[in-house]
Write a protein that binds this ligand. Structure first.
Ligand code: SF4
Length: 748
């Protein structure tokens, strides 16, 4: 392994104090109410809360206090943004940082910005919704798109995609096109399902967990408890990540006094640090050890898989020198890891966006699947595949149809159940998220409805994205707080911003799906603001006005009455009737019985591929993205103080960095480049620049760099994985120019 573990740890007293401070800031009563109510946690996709009560998981574990969860609550429990703020010009508002915007308060009034104005003005709800509907009604449906983040509920997502399709477009997409779409595509091709094959309880019986291209210490904090428990029962936790993340080396569990006293528990039993983008090389190396060591589960492979022979030939013909060169990891380390895997009875493979954010994201996922199939580690209890999903309902939003392509059976069910006809997918295939913005750039989009999220900042190639978004004549946003996505890319266009209730403020219950395919029921019901509406209410009124305005126009008449969906329970009944696996949603609000979606968790070898077998896939090891002109590989990463593009605090406490305009590289590279104590650097890619960036020494391989997302989007182009359309946020070729001498270099 490259370097000895650092002394910095994740979790622990620092996080407890942070949580205390945040709780005090928002008030003990308010915090307790929000954190313990029967609502799904608003942050990561691991899933917590729901009918078991806040801070409790589906196994009944309590209390599962989590810093991320507290952060997410902290911005919802804010006073309304004072209306005086909107007297300022757009350019003044644009000067606020993401952190400052998030902390302005909650949005509690609908806002309008006219095309040629540089100010937002408060408007009434009625005027805002009618204006939005009127403008959409004038727009040919194919010149629009509809987007949802993973914050919204299944109920709101279902209405959004239905109204878009009845309006006449399949341009329906969600934020997973910027995160785990490659996972869905890769898993569907190899094992016939697009989501986790394990449930939370499976993590209690495995003896080995691989965590690849993910930093759960910051992004899925409660998952680290499962890693620690695996170690405590003698199992192995193998982290594969170019960066040595302190929170994955040691983590002090806030729930465990012992863990706090001893300065944290060791999390990683083994830590591999390959070069950025070399994952296929790593996975081939481990597979090579298993094959050469006779560890293949031959009976499983023979009975339940296809295309093993070409895979075997490829692994045998891939030389150790090729693997060592591309990954930067010696054969001896592969042998160590391969032998652990070979001895394991039950292994779980978990991964994050370090796997999907590459031009070969789908291929990366397919190789994780290959490695698991090799030893029959899919389709049994305590073993399987676990994509670590980001937002709390990003998986649910996809399940209920917020995506450009619906499965044929879902289309048929919808048409039958509602008596409607949906736009033909062959004649008008929907656009994915990035393709929608590219269409806008070509002048082909006039209207967009954006439910949650921060599409501007989430999109690669920031300056291009801003111009492209501004070419959309009208953008309608549904949001709880303001972010840069509401303020950029709107200078020459019209914008309507509608304030909506947070999950725990919903007026009726809503549902969410975790990354373990577990559907939770959130009661809502907390009253904080007097002028917010539920997303379903906004969308159904918008739809009614839209189709009313369209009557008599050339557009086809819509017979469906959206007022029928004002009741969330009727939306759930429809979802239950049309989406396979969601049957139990029908009565969830009455039975209060949360459930795993049928046929997702794989505890037996039934593969829903066309052949009925799992498929091995073969691909060459991709070449490094670096070149003579751009000799460094850069990946964008999240900090401890952020969630997706939301910046809760500027500081990254686990990495001991107190600002965000920073590049992380190893000490040797800093010295090779002659970067002095007070120097800053410019980072330059083929797509953009980041100027005067501070330098922070970090344990990462030679030639590899890390920069915070979304700031790094200035450098990231629109290269993408062609199969899944996931942008390559983590394999960017850059050069470094040492510039000024006005910022201190911070040391580890
Ligand atoms: S691990 Fe994720 S789901 Fe669980 S409490 Fe923390 S942020 Fe919420």
């Amino acid at each position: 392994m490259r370097e000895k573990a650092k002394t910095a740890i994740g979790g622990g007293a620092k996080k407890i104090l942070y949580t205390l401070k945040t709780v005090k800031r928002i008030g003990l009563r308010e915090s307790a109410k929000a954190l313990t109510a029967k609502n799904t946690c608003k942050a990561c996709g691991l899933g917590m809360g729901g009918q078991n009560g806040g801070m409790t998981n589906e196994q009944g574990d309590f209390p599962a206090v989590c810093n991320k969860s507290v952060q997410a609550q902290s911005t919802d429990i804010q006073q309304p943004i004072p209306e005086e703020i909107f007297a300022y010009n757009l350019s003044d508002l644009q000067d606020l940082s993401a952190h400052e915007l998030e902390h302005l308060g909650r949005l509690n009034t609908p806002l309008f910005k006219a095309k040629n104005s540089d100010k937002f003005v408060p408007i009434t709800w009625d005027w805002g919704i009618r204006r939005a509907a009127e403008q959409f009604a004038k727009t040919p449906a194919e010149r629009s798109f509809f987007y949802s983040s993973g914050r919204s509920s299944n109920e709101a997502g279902f209405v959004l995609q239905l109204l878009a399709r009845l309006y006449g477009t399949n341009n329906v997409n969600n934020c997973s096109y910027y995160c785990h779409q490659a996972t869905g595509v890769g898993l569907s091709k190899t094992i016939g399902t697009g989501t986790s094959t394990v449930e939370l309880a499976d993590l209690d019986g495995c003896d080995c967990i691989f965590v690849i291209g993910a930093n759960p210490a910051s992004n899925h904090p409660r998952f680290v408890h499962k890693l620690q428990a695996c170690r405590a029962r003698g199992g192995s936790v193998i982290i594969i990540n170019p960066a040595k993340e302190p929170g994955l080396v040691r983590f002090a569990l806030p729930k465990s006094p012992k863990s706090l006293i001893i300065g944290g528990d060791e999390i990683a039993s083994h830590y591999l640090q390959p070069h950025i983008g070399s994952d296929i090389g790593v996975l081939k190396g481990i597979a090579k050890v298993v094959i050469e060591g006779g560890g293949v589960s031959k009976e499983f492979v023979r009975q339940y898989t296809k295309d093993y022979e070409p895979f075997l030939v490829d692994i045998k013909s891939t030389s150790w020198s090729e693997i060592e060169t591309i990954t930067g990891i010696p054969q001896s380390e592969f042998e160590l890891i391969g032998n652990i895997y070979q001895r394991s009875k039950n292994t779980v493979f978990a991964w994050g966006m370090g796997i999907t954010h590459h031009r070969h994201g789908v291929e990366n996922v397919e190789y994780i699947s290959n490695l698991a199939l090799l030893r029959g580690m899919i389709a049994k209890q305590y073993a399987g595949l676990l994509p670590l999903r980001g937002h709390s309902n990003v998986q649910g939003i996809g399940t209920i149809g917020v995506k450009p392509v619906l499965a044929n059976d879902v289309i048929k069910n919808l048409e039958r159940e509602l008596g409607v006809s949906l736009p033909d997918l062959e004649r008008s295939p929907g656009l994915d998220t990035l393709a929608s913005i590219e269409a806008a750039d070509r002048g082909e989009i006039d209207a967009a409805l954006l439910m949650g999220g921060n599409l501007f900042q989430a999109t690669p190639n920031t300056s291009w994205a801003e111009k492209a978004l501004d070419k959309i004549a009208l953008k309608v946003h549904l949001t709880t707080t303001l972010n840069k996505g509401h303020l950029h890319g709107i200078g020459n266009s019209e914008s309507i911003i509608l304030p909506v209730a947070a999950r725990d403020e919903e007026f009726q219950s809503t549902t969410q799906e975790s990354m373990f395919n577990y559907v939770r029921l959130s009661d809502g019901g907390i009253h904080r603001l007097d002028n917010v509406r539920s997303e379903v209410d906004v969308l159904t009124h918008f739809a009614q006005h839209l189709f009313h305005f369209r009557q008599g126009s050339d557009a086809k008449e819509i017979s469906f009455d959206f007022s029928a969906f004002r009741k969330h329970s009727s939306i759930r009944k429809t979802i239950a009737a049309v989406v396979p696996g969601m049957e139990d949603l029908k009565s969830i609000d009455v039975a209060k019985k949360e459930f795993h979606i049928n046929n997702r968790i794989m505890h037996s070898p039934v593969f829903k591929t066309t052949s009925g077998k799992a498929h091995f896939r073969v691909h060459p090891v991709p070449k490094s993205t670096s070149s003579e002109t751009y000799p460094f590989r850069l990946m964008s990463v999240r900090s401890e103080g952020q969630f997706n593009s939301i910046i809760y605090e500027e500081k990254d406490s686990y990495r001991s960095i107190d600002k965000r305009w920073v590049v992380m590289m190893n000490k040797k590279e800093i010295s090779n480049l002659g970067i002095g104590k007070d120097d800053t650097v410019d980072l330059v890619s083929a797509y953009g620049e980041m100027g005067a960036v501070s330098v922070h020494a970090f344990d990462i391989p030679d030639g590899d760099l890390m920069v915070y997302y979304p700031e790094a989007n200035a450098l990231i182009g629109r290269d993408r994985d062609e199969e899944s359309k996931t942008p390559a946020f983590k394999s960017v070729a850059v050069k470094i120019e040492v510039t000024s001498k006005d910022t201190k270099v911070e040391n580890e």
